[in-house]
Design a protein around this ligand. Structure first.
Ligand code: DGL
Length: 280
């Protein structure tokens, strides 16, 4: 099915959403795609981590929050840059929004295409590894592969800490690597699907901690291509425009990560009202 946005902004405007900084890995891939886009980012960091929330809680919160944000920020395309939210609430979000919504789900299909040993590591949040959506992706795209799953919220915290400049939590990394490679048959893993958008922010450290070299796959480049198709953006430069947080005070520590991406304005999002407390 081809979905293209009805572009209302002179330059296509894309809103990237995640619970925290993880979606910045997707944002970076879109920014690097060589397309003229205005990029906004919204983080529900007051509710981090999503991977420990129940399905009901996420379904209650994420679609309503995104609908309110979209009504105020007027994107042409929304990217739900969160596997944990996409695997439980993507259809609800699409149902509420009048613009195309690109979801980010575990990269099982490319992992199945690239494994030579037939053993794939799946690293995601505790919620995503246990989702029916994930089971369906595996039975559809990797029915003959051996999937070894490991769910970690500690890695989400480690990625947040890294972008705050707080240093690395090596124990989260070691626990995840052991969880995959020490599992029965884990020595055969040759491809790892990073199915949480926070984890590509730690890809170098994870690869260095692994017992042998593997292909580390994430969804960033594929999502960037999808955004390019849906927005019909022209070649050019992407601009980081606005970034909003449901806990702005906690986000202050991220200043250098935000500066590195060149955001023009930083906002508080009032999660109760569901929109930016100060008009963006
Ligand atoms: N970055 C998110 C994901 O892709 C969720 C992290 C979290 O809040 O648990 O799953």
């Amino acid at each position: 099915m081809s979905v293209s946005a009805q572009i209302v902004n002179a330059t296509p405007r894309v809103l990237v959403f995640d619970s925290g900084v993880g979606g910045l890995s997707v944002f970076d891939a879109i920014a690097a795609s060589g397309l003229a886009l205005d990029l906004d980012y919204a983080a529900d960091n007051a509710w981090l981590p999503y991977g420990l929330k129940s399905d009901v809680e996420l379904r209650d919160r994420v679609p309503a929050l995104l609908a309110a944000l979209a009504a105020q920020w007027m994107p042409d395309v929304v990217v739900l840059a969160c596997n944990t939210a996409s695997t439980i609430a993507l259809e609800e979000v699409r149902g509420l929004l009048s613009v195309p919504v690109v979801g980010v789900v575990p990269p099982i299909k490319p992992a199945a295409a690239q494994t030579k040993t037939g053993t794939i590591g799946l690293l995601a949040t505790p919620a995503t590894v246990a989702r029916a959506y994930t089971d369906e992706l595996i039975s559809r795209f990797a029915p003959d592969k051996h999937l070894i799953r490991f769910g970690s919220s500690a890695l989400v915290n480690a990625a947040e800490a890294k972008l705050r400049g707080d240093g690395l939590d090596g124990s989260a990394m070691i626990e995840a690597i052991k969880g995959l490679f020490d599992a029965p048959g884990g020595g055969e893993i040759d491809v790892i699907a990073l199915a949480c958008t926070h984890f590509p922010l730690l890809a170098g450290e994870l690869a260095a901690a692994a017992p042998h070299s593997c292909v580390w796959l994430d969804s960033g480049a594929a999502i960037a291509r999808r955004v390019g198709l849906v927005s019909a953006a022209l070649p050019g430069t992407a601009h980081a425009r606005r970034i909003g947080f449901t806990d702005l005070a906690a986000a202050r520590a991220l200043q250098s990560a935000l500066d590195a991406r060149g955001f023009e304005r930083v906002f508080a999002i009032d999660a109760h009202a569901g929109f930016a407390a100060h008009s963006p």
